[in-house]
Design a binder for this molecule. Sequence first.
Ligand code: R5P
Length: 301
Amino acid sequence: MEKILIVGPASQILGVKIGKELGIPCINTETKTFPDGENYLRLNIDDETLIEGKEVIIVQSTGPSSNGNQNSRIFELFMMVDAVKRMGAKKIIAVIPYLAYARQDKIFRPGESQFANVILRMINSLRIDEIYVVDVHAPSVLKELILNKVVSIDSMKLLADHIKSLGARDIVVVSPDKGAVERSKAFAKHFGEDVQVEYFEKKRDVKTGDIVMQGQLKLKNKDVIIADDIIATGGTMATAIKLSKESGANRIYAVATHALLLEQARYRILEAGADDIIGTDSIDNEVSKVSLAKPIADYLK
Ligand code: R5P
């Protein structure tokens, strides 16, 4: 079946790169927000038969950025799916590197909605054939999906390869949170079997969102890689960096699959003492130093 790729407004760089890896044509979109706040999207095509009978790959991350918050990104995704379905797409594949709302996977306080599940049920209702996501915050939420194929891609090897190319030595992988230790252990294996993994104890106040982190680690003269799935406000990362510095760390790399870098995250992380911030192009920004295009394209081939 002939393939065509729709480059979503949130994944302009990644979408085009995946299209090039696959050697298939790309279609861009145009978007706007109506005066009443509603989203609008159309595919940039004059001839709708271009879509008919094709396998259509839609690439749209759903993280916030300067030109759209996650709600807009999700609605734009729904609009692209609906548009290609109406035009007669034979198969629809959604590549959603950052899955918004995945952190709302539990009830933290009485009265809340477990909204991650609702998002996935909404995705089910679109009748997409296949979905590809990357390092979802809580992969267990994916069991809510009832599609033909759900692929969860791991970016750890790519991130590790990039850090190795920077010449990091005497590496220790530090998890900013005990809950993320298993992930950090898997990450550390990409640097060698014996790479040390340490963690700080983090507690987040579920009412205010404030974090408290503790720990004194043995990091003297070590290059430290602090790895997390998401950097949002940078509070977690900046605190872990400060504690790592106090524990004697040499160079510090702040690494995340999804570097949303909200508010003053860049400043907080660098001011805390990070030598570099490294993310993937799940989120289009200046720290997207590692591209997910090849592994995603390999899965789609
Ligand atoms: C939380 O469990 C996540 O893994 C990240 O640690 C969190 O999203 C980071 O948020 P922030 O950058 O606002 O501290």
